[in-house]
Design a protein around this ligand. Structure first.
Ligand code: P71
Length: 476
């Protein structure tokens, strides 16, 4: 890239989709109708949708062209071969089973490997991953390094697994209690933070010492590889593609949601290096996802992923992509918005504890903040805090996480920096009125993955427990 020129999209736009901005009153009514749960909003009532970077990206002309060549045969589809070839070129895993999306891949892998009472060790498991592990009556154990829980810590690889603690844990419970180690790259629930190659290498050695399979949750593998290139000594001169391949070479396989770094709107897969693990997974894949050459997807979807996997490791794309998220973080930081530092690869995370210090975690400050940001700017983020963490399946107690965040996830190749400037202004407005923002209480709570469909009612400032921060915020 010519450093004298400012950054800009490494693409031009061939199709557009209109969006509309409601008035603040209209947005307040929409929020009421959605029971203060942004998942229940109509997408057309959202101006800038940062709910998720999953399946919301724009496909390239090459992906659309490939879709026309989709082979829709039930068995032996040519499109499957193209996907398997592409995944093997980019990731290096010889055995691949497509799935309808990431959680389908999790369902297949955990059905094959995880038994009741076992413990799956990871950095910070994503919520669907945790739910699938718990569905197998097993335990999802988060053993990320301590830095990840400090929103202000600017360490370059806060997604790393604490290998020493993991080893001590395995020693304590015994090898047979740990069916696999699953490291999520980048670590979404920990703020989109990357994992270093040094750490992945140490995890490989740990897995070898105990004979435990090591899988990647590879949702954002290319973004992780880009961070390694930018931040880890020795990788500056390497291509992202070669770094991504080196990451995968350390693992026995992966689960993958192609809705992220597959640059597709739907799809996923589980991949294996070892033929016997692959064989174990086959019956479950056929039971839950479909025949092995389509896995719940249309042939055209397999084609889109096959092309997307190659585009996602291109340097100009990643430079712009991670750069756009970083520029959003810069704007928010300059406006005084408290952030989880550093910015993640796919998202900026607002630190709701510091944004709303007067709202106790029992009144769901991040959920409340996400609603206010929608009211102020039509910007939809997502709570990653107490609501998403849900309840302990054994005790039924709410498990309040150490980080209480609102995630602003940036869809790939969809919004321009002008949209990001609107997000900054919306957050500035919300910040200016933060002392007046109250909390929420849950009035309807589903038993699993409650954040998707829970309903809330406002808890006004005057009804919040009066912590020292509350008194300070009210000036009393
Ligand atoms: C994300 C999502 C999708 C999502 C999930 C819950 C609420 C809102 C949006 C999905 C992931 C992920 C990781 C690390 C597995 C999955 C499941 N993330 N691992 O971040 O981030 O993949 O959605 O394709 O089933 O918005 P799936």
């Amino acid at each position: 890239m010519d450093d004298a020129l400012p950054p800009a999209e490494p693409f031009r736009i061939k199709a557009v989709e209109g969006i509309r901005r409601l008035t603040r009153d209209q947005r307040l009514r929409a929020l009421e109708a959605a029971h203060h749960n942004l998942f229940l909003l109509k997408s057309e009532d959202v101006y800038i949708d940062l709910l998720t970077d999953s399946g919301t990206g724009a496909m390239s002309d090459r992906q659309w062209a490939a879709m026309m060549a989709g082979d829709e045969a039930y068995a032996g589809s040519r499109s499957f071969d193209r996907l398997a070839e592409s995944a093997s070129e980019v990731m290096g895993f010889p055995y691949l089973i497509p799935a309808h999306q990431g959680r389908g891949a999790e369902h297949v892998l955990f059905s094959a490997l995880v038994a009741p009472g076992q413990q799956v060790i990871g950095n910070v498991h994503f919520d669907t991953t945790r739910a699938h592990i718990e569905h197998r009556q097993a335990v999802a154990l988060d053993l990320a390094v301590e830095e990840i829980y400090d929103a202000q810590d600017r360490s370059p690889f806060k997604g790393n697994l604490d290998v020493e603690r993991a080893e001590a844990h395995i020693r304590g419970v015994g090898r047979d209690a740990v069916p696999l180690i699953l490291v999520t790259v980048t670590c979404n629930s920990g703020g989109g933070q990357p994992v270093s190659m040094a750490n992945l290498t140490a995890v490989r050695a740990l897995a070898d010492r105990w004979g435990i399979p090591f899988f990647l949750d590879a949702c954002r593998f290319a973004e992780n590889a880009y961070f390694i290139q930018q931040r880890e000594p020795g990788y500056a001169g390497r291509t992202v593609a070669s770094i991504a391949r080196e990451m995968c070479n350390l693992a026995d396989g992966c689960t993958f949601s192609a809705k992220k770094d597959g640059l597709a709107n739907i799809g996923g897969f589980v991949a294996f290096r070892d033929a016997s693990l692959y064989q174990k997974a086959i019956p479950w894949a056929i039971l839950f996802e479909g025949f092995l050459t389509y896995g719940g997807l249309a042939g055209r979807d397999l084609e889109a992923i096959a092309v997307g996997l190659k585009e996602v490791v291109e340097q100009p794309y990643l430079e712009w992509r991670i750069g756009q998220v970083a520029r959003l973080a810069d704007g928010l930081r300059a406006a005084g918005v408290p952030l989880v530092e550093p910015a993640g690869g796919h998202a900026v995370f607002l630190d709701a504890r510091r944004f709303l210090p007067h709202v106790p975690q029992t009144a769901y400050p991040a959920q409340s903040l996400a609603c206010e940001l929608y009211a102020d700017g039509g910007v939809r983020g997502v709570e990653v805090g107490g609501v998403m963490a849900g309840r302990d399946p054994k005790t039924g107690q709410e498990r309040f996480p150490r980080l209480e965040m609102v995630r602003l996830a940036v869809p790939r190749r969809v919004y321009t920096d002008a949209h990001m400037a609107v997000v900054v202004e919306a957050a500035r407005l919300t910040l200016a009125s933060s002392a007046r923002i109250g909390g929420l209480r849950i009035v309807h709570e589903p038993p699993v993955l409650r954040h998707f469909s829970a309903r809330f009612a406002p808890v006004p400032l005057s009804d919040l427990p009066r912590s020292p921060e509350t008194r300070a915020a009210r000036g009393s």
